[in-house]
Design a protein around this ligand. Structure first.
Ligand code: UD1
Length: 421
């Protein structure tokens, strides 16, 4: 298994180009199942999760071909569904595989999708996906670890209210509703930019959707969808991660291909902590403003709140801030697996339930650490970039799931980072 070896203490300088958002590419690939015409996606990041999703839709009958001309351009073509089953060996690798459920049910009237197992950041159920589809007329059984869903007479529009916003459930139901009979209204829908991006693709395919990006999304079903071409939006989590990399090392980075407003609530929190963020041509610049970082409290919330996917990275930054920072995680249980690893590097952190109190230290020190989930892993890379000495990060396959060319991008701006097989 590969390891990353980082020698810290080098301020990063230069330009980092942000890739397309993994979390927008995954539903877009699933959405291509809704039509028998070709869908061309651009700016698809070359990460392991995207590879897993492509393998899954290929199993269902999609031909997926890389076409030249633009970075990450992929042509997806599903003239016919050859299977409606998402098997365990593919789904267990990635929870987002469940996003094929809505499109399969809408197009074929049935689907058999393995239940995504519990995962390292808490139980993460899919009950909201299933209840919503039932409201739309699907019959759902759980048999031998599989979701067996049928809608022999097709799906019909329904009123669905979520008790709490779910990104995946909103996406699944919006996709299912595009081909349902009648109008579907999703209340308390998730508002993430990735949902807006999915809606843009579906609109280009001929769907009728209103309110994407607000908490009420209305979808009027249409008879069929057509092919389309769509560029995936930039990855706001990757952009935030590199902004933190600039700040934590005391360097300055130009973050290219991502507008500053994409950072959302993280922008204010970073500025409050003493990070300088300035709009620049085709992106923004990030640096540590006065040399000192201040402890700032954050609470993760559904969009437009502070993203849970940036919580671990922000915590790494707070480890070397002046004063204390209270970091509260409200989206996922058990999303503090980076804490003991950061403490191995000299961080002072106390966890009480869903909150972590970080007391800043002068500097972190290199140590052998272990990557656990995707965002936890990258927080260790950030800490290592700032730490004195050598850090060895084990189990880095999590990083490859969601960060395109992480060590190449970091090395290009001066980081001493190396992948060791
Ligand atoms: C997506 C993102 C993930 C991000 C998360 C929250 C993708 C591929 N992944 O995950 O990176 O961390 O949003 O921003 O886009 N829940 C239920 N029942 C359900 C569905 C969700 O209880 O049926 C709960 C979850 O356990 C969690 C919360 O709702 O506590 C939010 O989860 P959700 O928004 O669904 O996250 P994902 O779509 O899995």
């Amino acid at each position: 298994m590969d390891r990353l070896v980082v020698t810290g203490g080098v301020p990063l300088h230069g330009t980092v180009r942000i890739s397309g958002a993994k979390n927008a590419a995954l539903p877009a690939i699933a959405a291509a199942l809704l039509t028998d015409e070709p869908v061309e996606l651009e700016n698809v990041p070359d990460v392991v999760d995207v590879g897993s999703m492509l393998r899954l839709v290929q199993r269902l009958g999609t031909s997926a071909t890389h076409v030249g001309g633009a970075p990450g351009r992929i042509r997806l073509f599903t003239p016919e569904l050859v299977s409606v089953e998402a098997p365990y060996d593919l789904v267990r690798r990635m929870r987002a595989s469940v996003l094929v459920l809505g499109p399969l049910l809408a197009r074929a009237g049935r689907a058999r999708v393995s239940l995504p197992g519990g995962c390292a950041i808490g139980p993460r159920p899919v009950d909201l996906h299933l209840k919503g589809l039932e409201r739309m007329g699907a019959t759902i059984d759980l048999v031998d670890g599989y979701i067996e869903a049928t809608a022999p007479r097709g799906l019909r529009g329904a009123e669905i209210e979520f008790p709490q916003p779910s990104v995946g459930a909103t996406e699944n139901l919006v996709m299912a509703a595009t081909l349902a009979r009648g109008t579907t209204r999703i209340v308390n829908a998730a508002r993430e930019p990735e949902i807006v991006d999915l809606a843009r693709l579906l609109l280009a395919m001929g769907a009728k959707i209103e309110g994407a990006g607000t908490d009420v999304v209305t979808v009027e079903g249409v008879e069929r969808l057509a092919g389309a071409r769509h560029a995936i939006l930039p990855d706001r989590i990757e952009a935030g991660t590199y902004a933190i990399a600039a700040a934590i090392t005391g360097g300055r980075l130009k973050i290219e291909n991502a507008p500053l407003e994409l950072l959302g609530a993280a922008r204010e929190k970073l500025v409050e902590a003493g990070v300088e963020l300035r709009e620049a041509e085709n992106g923004f610049e990030a640096a540590r403003a006065n040399g000192v970082l201040e402890g700032v409290d954050v609470v993760t919330r559904p969009y437009p709140g502070f993203a849970t996917d940036l919580q671990a990275q922000f915590m790494a930054l707070m480890c070397i801030a002046r004063g204390a920072a209270m970091i509260t995680e409200t989206i996922f249980e058990n999303r503090f697996m980076h804490v003991p690893e950061l403490m191995r590097m000299g961080a002072r952190i106390t966890v009480h339930g869903g909150s972590a109190l970080v007391r800043g230290v002068e500097r972190l020190k290199g140590a052998p650490v272990m990557a656990t989930d995707l965002r936890a892993s990258v927080s260790l890379v950030l800490a290592a970039l700032a730490a004195e000495g050598r850090t060895e990060i084990n189990r880095i396959y999590h990083l490859d799931r969601g960060y395109e060319s992480l060590e190449r991008k970091l090395a290009a701006v001066g980081a001493r980072i190396e992948r060791v097989p």
